[in-house]
Design a protein around this ligand. Structure first.
Ligand code: ZN
Length: 182
């Protein structure tokens, strides 16, 4: 008989929320502002995520904590939509971008920033219902490659040309007449 000793497992320590410095929080806000004001209707990319973070942070030391907070953009999400997503993260850390202040230093009561988040130019990224089944790929409509010649239209035959030299001769496939496809 096998006896397994019972022991008391230590209680898991609660996961501490990520501590974000005021500077990083301000950088989050700047990322939102930059993306909302610069081509918010274009598609957001991983490259734009990295470039915007680097542009805002300016130093590698400041970039590291900032890039950790920026999610990878979902497929087919616009820069403006991504900015809204980041703005929610910024809000968790005590800041957010709600449009630029006017000359007197007053934030607009109702932010009215043209193009923020920007109208979609393509359908919603997550349409309801099952994912559409992709149609036939164009390659499937192409003629099948010739089997005897593996689609090469023939084969290169090496023969002895004498005096230590070789001769390469391309022999045309008789099945496909050199076309490589049937
Ligand atoms: Zn052939």
């Amino acid at each position: 008989m096998i006896t397994i000793a019972r022991r008391t497992l230590p209680a898991l320590a609660p996961v501490a929320p990520e501590v974000v410095s005021p500077r990083t929080a301000a950088h989050l806000r700047e990322v939102v502002r930059f993306l909302a004001l610069h081509q918010p209707t274009l598609r957001m990319t991983n490259g734009a995520r990295s470039r915007t973070a680097a542009h805002v942070a300016r130093t590698a030391q400041a970039l590291a904590p900032l890039i950790r907070l920026l999610p990878f953009p979902a497929d087919d999400v616009t820069r403006g939509e991504y900015a809204l997503q980041v703005n929610e993260i910024a809000r968790l850390h005590g800041t957010a971008w709600d449009g630029d202040e006017d000359q007197d230093g007053n934030s607009p009561a109702i932010p009215s920033v043209p193009g923020f988040p920007g109208p979609r130019t393509s359908p919603e990224p997550y349409p309801a219902g099952p994912a559409p089944i992709p149609g036939a790929r164009p390659s499937q409509a192409m003629p099948a490659p010739c089997e005897p010649c593996y689609g090469q239209g023939g084969e290169t035959v090496i023969s002895n040309a004498g005096r230590g030299r070789i001769r390469k001769t391309f022999v045309r496939c008789e099945v496909c007449k050199g076309k490589g496809a049937v």
